[in-house]
Ligand binder design. Sequence first.
Ligand SMILES: *Cc1c(COP(=O)(O)O)cnc(C)c1O
Length: 387
Amino acid sequence: MKPAKRIEKLPPYLFAEIDKKVAEAEKNGVDVIRLGIGDPDMSTPEFIIDRMISEVKRPENHKYPSYVGLDEYREAVSKYYDKRFGVDIDKDKEVVSLIGSKEGIAHISQCFVDPGDINLVPDPGYPVYGIGTMFAGGESYKMPLKKENDFLPDLSKIPEDVAKKAKIMFLNYPNNPTAAIATEEFFKDVVEFCKKYNILVCHDSAYTEIGFDGYKAPSFLETEGAKDIGIEFGSLSKAFNMTGWRIGYAVGNEFALEALGRFKTNVDSGVFQAVQLAAVEGLLNGEDSVNELNKIYEKRRDKIVETLKKVGINVEAPKASFYVWAPVPEGYTASEFTTRVLEETGVVVTPGVGFGEYGEGFFRISLTVDENRLEEAMERIGSQLSL
Ligand SMILES: *Cc1c(COP(=O)(O)O)cnc(C)c1O
């Protein structure tokens, strides 16, 4: 048996190399602390679980769900957009439920990319943008996210012939892995650029609810004209510690969502209705719980930033997402440095190159471990790391 080229072309799993080293360290008795993967450590809030418990008992929820999502779920997404962003979303034409936003991000290229087409993909970035592009037979044109541009792509550097061939521009703010945020002006430039070249903007808003120091991230759809050329992928995973529940949504341009919905009717059968109804609770009544979560992450962020500064790594405190993106000290590549951190302290952090070539020179720390473990990790880095 020989797998298809698209499977053979898949890059090695981002964390495979690290996992090997971690397994080795653990075999040698090291108490490893994982600050690598971005999966929330805390439980889904009680009020969401309670709704799930009652809905899971109702037989009408045991059937195949509708592929676009329950009316009640789409209405909740629409209400959330109105209340949180002041954006008007038609629940009947401008919302599609997703089996986690990753599912929609992976499939959107199937709807708009033919072999030989180009997608504009941020680097460093969430790997699914490029892999979804490759699965559709398209090519990724990498938009470097550089510190000197506050980790926003420089649209003026995209060659005219590339822009003309491009079908989709993927963006993600607050950003994983750089923790950068977008300005209103940047989003305006994106709308203008993509209208000029007829490119579908796919904005990944997985971290919109995770913000610090009072910062509340905007929706891309707040930008004038955004809905004419764009959709936004949303997720309950990060805001409500629901990564395992698999629920998200796409909102925005009606034409694009109709295509995505048509694709989905042919490959999946929607999200378990009880999960959709539990998610409604988060969307409509989740504000306090999000605020509490952010307070916890903010404390963790402060602890990490303080420790890094102490060991001479100069890092700015991020305003959003649950990552700290820090420069690697001089004299190391990102992988050399993260290996050194693991070997000297038993703490796992992610080398920036794992997210693309322009991630070289940086490493990422996740805020998703509890206070005690984080305290321990920072103590080790503060006292055992010799730079
Ligand atoms: C976590 C994450 C997602 C995936 O979220 P799901 O809704 O759980 O699929 C999407 N984009 C980015 C950048 C993420 O970090």
